[in-house]
Design a protein around this ligand. Structure first.
Ligand code: HEC
Ligand code: HEC
Length: 355
């Protein structure tokens, strides 16, 4: 199991868009002269430029939702499916029961209640921007949004098998609607089509934030303290794991590089992570590095929701991943930086007709 280091949209990172001076001048002496002039005349601003430049080389800009896609029939159908509790076995639970707007697309409960009444094994993650990850969930064990969504029918939505799920989709009239959207010639199963429509909806759930305005060159989008936090985030090594468009979602890592994570988090149960699946010693306590987009809204934190407070989660990370104790002002600056990653809840993240 390996997550690809660079993802499809890596083009957003650095070279392909907005070219600040330091970056445009790779070739040729004119470029070097420009850099020298900037160095001579920009004075104290140089440090700020440097911060932006470094940030642009590690992170990327989340695009705004595409309005044409949002209003397309396929996305609207996916939206209806996402929010309809009738689809679940007991008629009580929808995707939206565990992925809530007021919790940044995640669940405020440590573990979520599945249709059958039992609890999920791990904490619910946000669906916002999830489309930009190659592999999903804490163990990176779902290869696409479509597979994840189809799988939920017999997972948290409680159906015993695909036939039961498909019978429900037929009964509710969704079979016809899916056929209308995908066309008569499409011979994929109903559960696959369900997954495709829901995935199309999820792809529209992107949340550009202040940090994206900063990355696109508006340095005023981040105030002094969050900028300091951004600098720390890169300097002390958070960025080694949390990088890319989403500041995470690209690789697996051991949780607790410098000590048992559960002593830091107070977790009551020890989850062995990927090891439970592979039985490979190096996979013990290995989880997917989660994205940090909208992190201020998605408490509680970690795979078991063991930490409620973001400052505390940041301290835990610094301690067990980097062997570092943060001062209060360092921790505060990092949290203020993380705050700049929270965007607006997408307007179509609600049941159809509610907008
Ligand atoms: C009972 C609660 C519950 C329901 C219902 C539910 N989810 Fe989730 N969802 C979770 C939990 C918990 C996780 C994390 C699971 C894990 O990693 O082990 C998750 C993970 C995900 C992820 C992965 C996010 C990431 O960053 O990797 C996506 C996408 C997702 N759910 C979409 C959906 C969709 C679409 C539906 C409906 C078809 C749905 N969920 C129904 C609780 C739920
Ligand atoms: C060696 C890799 C690594 C480094 C370095 C690292 N992290 Fe993490 N981070 C992870 C992993 C893995 C998790 C998931 C842990 C779990 O819950 O299983 C995580 C989880 C988090 C979470 C909780 C996310 C959520 O959705 O619950 C936050 C917040 C976070 N990291 C911030 C930071 C900050 C800030 C730094 C720097 C001080 C940092 N991380 C350094 C790998 C890393």
């Amino acid at each position: 199991m390996s997550l690809r280091q660079s993802i499809g949209f890596a083009g957003f990172q650095g070279d392909s868009w907005s070219v600040p001076i330091g970056r445009s001048s790779r070739n040729g002496s004119i470029g070097i002269a420009v850099v020298m002039l900037v160095f001579l005349f920009a004075g104290p601003n140089l440090r700020a430029d440097d911060l932006l430049d470094r940030a642009q080389s590690h992170f990327g800009i989340v695009p705004a939702p595409d309005a044409t896609l949002v209003s397309s029939a396929k996305v609207e159908l996916g939206r209806a499916l996402f929010w309809d509790t009738q689809i679940s076995m007991g008629g009580q639970v929808s995707c939206g029961s565990c992925h809530l707007p007021e919790s940044g697309g995640a669940d405020p409960r440590r573990f979520s209640k599945r249709s059958k009444g039992d609890l999920t094994k791990r904490n619910s993650q946000t669906v916002f921007n999830a489309a930009y990850q190659d592999e999903l969930r804490w163990l990176a064990d779902r290869p696409s949004l479509q597979v994840q969504a189809s799988g939920s029918l017999t997972g948290s939505l409680g159906h015993d098998d695909e036939e039961s799920a498909e019978a429900r989709l037929v009964e509710l009239g969704y079979a016809t609607q899916l056929k209308n959207v995908f066309g008569d010639g499409d011979d994929a199963s109903l559960t696959d089509q369900f997954g495709r429509a829901v995935a199309a909806y999820e792809k529209t759930l992107t949340t550009p934030a202040d940090f994206d305005r900063y990355l696109s060159g508006d340095e005023n989008a981040l105030k002094t303290t969050p900028r300091k936090g951004l600098g720390l985030f890169m300097d002390i090594g958070c960025v080694d794991c949390h990088s890319g468009l989403l500041l995470g979602g690209q690789q697996m890592s051991v949780f607790g590089v410098f000590g048992d994570y559960w002593t830091a988090t107070g977790s009551t149960k020890v989850d062995e992570g990927l090891y439970a699946k592979t039985k490979q010693p190096e996979d013990r306590y290995r989880f997917r590095v989660p994205m940090l987009r909208n992190i201020t809204a998605t408490a509680p934190y970690f795979h078991d929701g063991s930490v409620d407070d973001l400052s505390q989660a940041v301290r835990v990370m610094a301690k067990v991943q980097l062997d570092r104790t943060l001062t209060n002002s360092e921790c505060d600056a990092i949290v203020q930086f993380l705050n700049s990653l929270t965007g607006e809840v997408p307007r179509n993240f609600s049941p159809p007709g509610g907008e």
